[in-house]
Ligand binder design. Sequence first.
Ligand SMILES: Nc1ncnc2c1ncn2[C@@H]1O[C@H](COP(=O)(O)OP(=O)(O)OP(=O)(O)O)[C@@H](O)[C@H]1O
Ligand SMILES: C=C(C)CCOP(=O)(O)O
Length: 253
Amino acid sequence: MNNTVVLKLGGSVITEKENAGVIDHTRLMAIAETIASHNNSPLILIHGAGSCGHPEAERFGIQGGVGQTNAMGIGETHRAVAGLNATVVSILRDAGLDAIGIHPLSGSLAENGRLISFETGHLAGMARLGIIPVLHGDVVMDRTKGACIVSGDQLVLRIAEGVAPCRVGLATDVPGVLSDGRVVGMISRASLNGIDLGNSQKTDVTGGMKGKVEELLTLADAGIISSIFHIDRLLAFLTGGEHGGTTIMGADT
Ligand SMILES: Nc1ncnc2c1ncn2[C@@H]1O[C@H](COP(=O)(O)OP(=O)(O)OP(=O)(O)O)[C@@H](O)[C@H]1O
Ligand SMILES: C=C(C)CCOP(=O)(O)O
């Protein structure tokens, strides 16, 4: 383990998920300022697509597989989320952060919706130099499905497995995993029963909170703890304070 931090900004945080293509610039500027003022660790950022990708992925039926009839959807979906990434990177750079956008479509390969070829060495190298690689959920070529959607949550899993970070956090628009209206402080595979993990309230092709928890439980199986918290608690997460969210741990912890 090293002192690298892996942080995901949920698509519901940086876009208006109910308004296709609308980016929340004000919130992004506030996030950039918080990171610039308080982050002192090597940082790798991932963000979701929110309303800049999910509508396109749904419209072209990407998750059902890609062939000649919907191949156009690859470019249209990537264009939407790459445009969001360019805005995220620009706002981070305006805040004085050395952010560089990285597109999973360029150079990764999936099989049946799961990444099978995904390099992380260059990300760790950038982070060690004080550069912030900014990746995002993306459409990725797939050996069996033609192409698929790789969520930011799956990228968190693969990046954390590759760089062995000291801290992994996923900021979203809810305080954590909720059960009966209350935040569940800790989740492991043994404690999942009874928690209703559903999809997002808005257009979402990657499984909402259920998909998120599944990826993070796999990460916990590899011995890496992660947390889901509300974006308003970003400062607490960055400084190692109490973020009031949900910690996802391994079965034996
Ligand atoms: N048990 C639950 N606790 C909390 N949120 C839940 C739960 N079940 C379903 N949800 C929904 O999951 C949403 C968060 O998942 P979502 O995938 O939208 O997060 P995100 O990371 O911001 O988006 P993206 O994955 O597109 O980047 C919440 O806004 C809520 O509507
Ligand atoms: C829909 C696309 C293009 C990416 C989805 O990534 P997520 O928003 O992190 O689930």
